[in-house]
Design a protein around this ligand. Structure first.
Ligand code: GLA
Ligand code: GLA
Length: 982
């Protein structure tokens, strides 16, 4: 009996449209009425159910039956599936899967029916094959999404941000998004992930559920036009980007436009914001595409974008005004508390609106184990609140009390030499120690409990400048566990990846592995890379431990931790995922070095930190209002430099100017470090007056707060590649300087006023037009594919010597450099690499000019690339030194030699000439002047000692002095303009 009560109930349950019910019922009735028709379908059904026939084969046979009996194949296949649903429901019950899941899952059939009716005016489905896994109980719907039990099937490995290394064949859940359901709000998405985890999390023995999705919804270029508030963007943010492909024709248009998708673009409806955004994009000649993304879920949150996972919407903007403040240590003055009132007066006078309190206050808060003294902190926080000064409250883990170290020596760090440190200085703790973690968590909980509702407290400053590493036995054991996880508990795999056959290094037990050290293993670069990855992860887990009570008690308060200038002891590009907002401490060495270079290097650092969170504004958490104390010689920067340094930070995306420190202490190691308030104690100092004047300027910059600047150019400076380029032995062992090389290739774009992102090699490339990637020696998994896709889809990629040499375990690629398919992308083969001793430079040409070949150079063969220059010295004279290759729709340059002169500038000029990119700066930029656009402002900064001029064709307001400027406008030496179009 085909037309039975179950099928009627099924259609009714999902509220199938009347027309559909009619057509389907008639079809069922025909199967009942026409014996041979019914039998033909039933035979297939039986053969499928008892495993004789696979589902796709059954569908093929149905084609013949539909033709023979004259029923639309889309309808017949739908009916075929419909008739299997009751049997599937029984399988659910045999497998102890709740009946509710069955009903939720088979809702999919309704979306397929509606799709087919909408687009093809037929009752049925045009994707019947999709049901194979539904019927085999391999795909289930939980909440908004469907989850298909599957395997990672890409040809390259992928490392997730939380440390899972995925190889072909590893278990994943493929996520699907049925069309026409509820909007993808945070709540809807998280609800679905949680439900899926409850049901299917057990498939992942370590409790981390890996979800993979391939969809047009993840195509990164769509970010360029999707409305800012679009839930699709939030959905995209859940994922780590794996790869993308641009499509010539947008074959998913029916998902947006239904049956209108047959119309020419210009005639399609624009009746909602998504439709009209898509149309504008396509009509402007752009393409759509699809992408693959991955996320890891632990049952509560996505393991990398912690905040969102906790259901808290963290904005781009935490304060209405530029934050102006700094480290404030009232606890150093507990015996002279009168000074606190003076501090309040002076802060108001200096236009300070924020103070960071408590960074090293552990002993003041917990003088004895379990004894807490919060009175002083209550009092000062109240005072700050009464004076309208916001507080960033610090957790005190950066320095521990003496009693703690005395009672629990395990909290002290063991150095590489194996000796445990004694109590002293700061940052001297083991990151693994359970005792230290517990003590930190306890005090953080106390702080959160006490101040969660305090009106002044707006944000958390976690610890201080996390750094260093510990080599104690606890850390060794943790490192081995980390390796077991990374190498899937497979020692053979580790031996293979570390190439341990070399020098008889094969290990036969995990216990034989130790942290790298001079007196032990210092020559296995893969070990050293893994150690740094481990050190990064132990900092992250230490940090997560610190913030656990804060997330619980103050879920609305953002957390940050202050990073340091290009600090290479841990991978900030990885750590960044775990903080809500990036902050970093900026101490450029003005005066002693070349100020012009220091300005570029500082700009580069700002862009590194801004790019850590996809351009979201960051905080300059520390800077000195005058001088540091820790350099060999501490020269005072010239008057005006303080404001210029601060304005540069804002121009590059900072939403704060903060100082170390508010007031100089009487004693201690940092009593001579610059401060807003000097030992004299009053406001009549040059520094105080400069701070106060700057504060007034910052008060006029509300319009830039929270704004992001889009960049179309990126430079790759990858943290893991910093390590890899340091660790290998060979070629030129003296001159590596990867970061310096990145700055060299950043400078030409910076100089021209472009916003430049500085990104990791596994960032999303799709939003850029041009990427420069000097010295991309090690390729993390998937990078080769990303570069290939980027160029194929129309991007311009500039690489230099030593590109694509080793994989993420520092094993050389076989088959010629650069790795694998990159030889086609660049149209070259790099046969040998030469190194040049100091003073023995070679010569090469580019576009007719002659350059010194310094430090290192690759000896290339062109395999189809255009040769833009050749070597003119040594045995490789006549071979290519710079090449340009067209690949797909894009262009790939290879600059095979190093030159510390003008080569990078000249190559970039040529690249920009053949691929022009607008910089939106309405005037010519004189030499030595930095220009940056942010929000509605153009920042014009002069880091030289000579006045320069710019020409403004239309009037602009110069915000600091409220004057309107036009024509030839001077930019004073060490001065700046902040212009807003009138
Ligand atoms: C010596 C050693 C070899 C190898 C070479 C490298 O000859 O015996 O094992 O290290 O140096 O040049
Ligand atoms: C770092 C630290 C501060 C202070 C300053 C001095 O940035 O975070 O505590 O020591 O250096 O420049």
């Amino acid at each position: 009996m085909h037309n039975n009560t179950f099928i009627q109930k099924f259609m009714q349950y999902y509220n199938y449209p009347k027309d559909a019910v009619r057509v389907l019922t008639e079809a069922e009735q025909r199967l009942d009425a026409e014996a041979s028709f019914g039998a033909a379908v039933d035979t297939l059904s039986e053969r499928y159910k008892n495993g004789e026939l696979d589902f796709h084969a059954a569908l093929e046979l149905l084609d013949g039956i539909s033709e023979k009996y004259g029923m639309d194949e889309r309808t017949l296949k739908f009916v075929f599936i419909l008739n299997l649903t009751e049997w599937v429901r029984e399988k659910y019950s045999q497998g102890d899967i709740p009946d509710a899941v069955f009903w939720e899952t088979f809702d999919d059939l309704r979306s397929k029916l509606l799709e087919c009716m909408e687009c093809e005016y037929t009752v049925g489905t045009f994707v019947p094959g999709w049901y194979a896994d539904f019927l085999a109980l391999k795909i289930f719907k939980y909440g908004r999404f469907e989850y298909q039990i599957g395997e990672y099937d890409l040809d390259f490995d992928f490392d997730t941000a939380c440390g899972i290394h995925l190889t072909k064949g590893d278990r994943v859940l493929n996520l699907h998004i049925p069309s026409g359901g509820a909007p993808l709000t945070d709540e809807v998405r998280m609800d679905s992930y949680r439900k899926a985890y409850d049901a299917l999390g057990h498939l992942f023995p370590d409790g981390r559920m890996i979800v993979k999705c391939g969809s047009w919804l993840l195509y990164p270029n769509h970010r360029k036009f999707l409305p800012k508030r679009s839930n699709i963007l939030r959905f995209m943010d859940d994922f780590e980007f794996v790869c993308a492909e641009e499509k010539d024709s947008f074959y998913y248009d029916w998902r947006i436009f239904g049956h209108y998708s047959d119309l020419p673009l210009a005639e399609m409806p624009r009746d909602n914001s998504l439709r009209s955004a898509y149309l504008d994009w396509l009509l402007a000649g752009n393409k759509c595409g699809d992408a693959i993304g991955i996320f890891v879920f632990d049952g509560e949150k996505i393991l990398r974008t912690l905040i969102k996972n906790e259901g808290v919407e963290m904005a781009d903007k935490y304060f209405e005004h530029i934050v102006h403040g700094g480290d404030y240590n009232p606890d150093q003055w507990l015996s002279a508390k009168d000074i606190w009132n003076e501090d309040m007066r002076l802060m108001r006078l200096a236009h300070i609106n924020n103070a960071t309190v408590g960074i090293f206050s552990w002993t003041a808060i917990e003088p004895e184990e379990g004894v807490y003294r919060f009175e002083w902190l209550d009092e000062i926080l109240d005072k700050l609140a009464a004076n309208g000064i916001d507080v960033i409250l610090a957790t005190p883990s950066g320095a521990r009390p003496a009693w703690l170290a005395e009672k629990y020596p395990e909290v002290l760090r063991v150095e590489e030499n194996g000796i445990r440190n004694e109590y002293g200085v700061r940052h001297n703790h083991c990151l693994t120690s359970p005792v230290y973690r517990e003590k930190v968590r306890n005090i953080n909980r106390k702080l959160a409990e006490r101040y969660k509702d305090h009106p002044a407290v707006k944000m958390w400053h976690i610890s201080n400048e996390y750094s260093g590493e510990c080599h104690c036995e606890l850390c060794q054991a943790a490192f081995r566990d980390w390796l077991k996880n990374y190498y899937k508990n497979d020692l053979d795999l580790l031996n293979e990846r570390w190439w341990n056959g070399f020098w008889s290094h094969t290990v036969t037990d995990w216990s034989q592995i130790h942290s790298p050290k001079e007196r032990g293993e210092s020559h296995v670069s893969a070990l050293k890379l893994c150690w740094k990855r481990f050190v990064t992860d132990s900092h992250i887990s230490f940090f997560e431990n610190e913030i656990a009570p804060l997330r619980e008690l103050t879920p609305d308060k953002p957390v940050t931790t202050n990073f340091m200038r290009m600090y290479s002891g841990m991978d900030y590009q990885r750590f960044a995922q775990h903080v809500d907002l990036i902050s970093w401490d900026n101490y450029p060495y003005w005066e002693a070095e070349d100020n012009a270079y220091t300005a570029i290097e500082t700009a580069f650092n700002h862009d590194v930190f801004r790019s850590l969170k996809d351009g979201k504004p960051f905080f300059m958490m520390e800077s000195t209002p005058s001088v540091a104390n820790w350099r060999p010689v501490n020269k005072i920067p010239a008057p005006g430099q303080l404001a210029l340094t601060s304005v540069q930070a804002i121009a590059h995306g900072a939403d704060s100017v903060q100082y170390f420190q508010w007031r100089k202490g009487r004693g201690g190691h940092e009593k001579f470090h610059g401060a807003v308030v000097d030992h004299c104690g009053h406001e009549n100092t040059r520094v105080f007056q400069e701070v106060s004047a700057l504060g007034q300027t910052l008060e006029k910059l509300d319009s830039v707060v929270g704004t992001r600047s889009e960049a179309r150019i990126a430079v790759i400076c990858d943290w893991e590649n910093i390590w890899a380029t340091r660790y290998f032995c060979g070629y030129n062992n003296l001159k590596r300087d990867y970061i310096g090389e990145c700055i060299r290739w950043y400078a030409p774009f910076h100089k021209r006023g472009y916003n430049v992102d500085v990104i990791a090699m596994d960032a999303d490339y799709a939003k850029y037009d041009l990427i420069a990637a000097p010295f991309l020696y090690m390729l993390k998994n998937g990078t080769e594919q990303r570069i290939t896709d980027f160029v194929r889809n129309g991007g311009t990629f500039v690489a230099t010597c030593l590109t694509g040499i080793t994989d993420s375990d520092d094993r050389c690629f076989l088959g010629g450099f650069p790795a694998n398919g990159l030889k086609d992308v660049f149209g070259i083969w790099n046969e040998e690499t030469d190194s040049l001793p100091e003073g023995k430079n070679g010569k090469a040409t580019f576009n007719g000019s002659v350059y010194d070949v310094e430090q290192m150079c690759d000896i290339l063969h062109s395999r189809g690339a255009e040769v833009l220059g050749t070597y003119t010295s040594d045995f490789y004279a006549g071979m290519p030194s710079v090449t340009k290759n067209t690949f797909g729709k894009g262009t790939a340059y290879y600059v095979a030699f190093r030159n510390t002169g003008t080569l990078a500038e000249d190559v970039c000029a040529a690249v920009l000439q053949s691929t022009p990119i607008p910089n939106h700066i309405p005037f010519a930029i004189p030499e030595g002047i930095s220009v940056r656009r942010r929000g509605d402002c153009i920042f014009v900064m002069n880091f030289t000692d000579t006045e320069a001029n710019i020409r403004l064709d239309t009037p602009y307001l110069n915000i600091p002095d409220d004057t309107v400027r036009t024509g030839l406008v001077p930019v004073p030496a060490r001065g700046f303009l902040i212009l807003r179009a009138e």
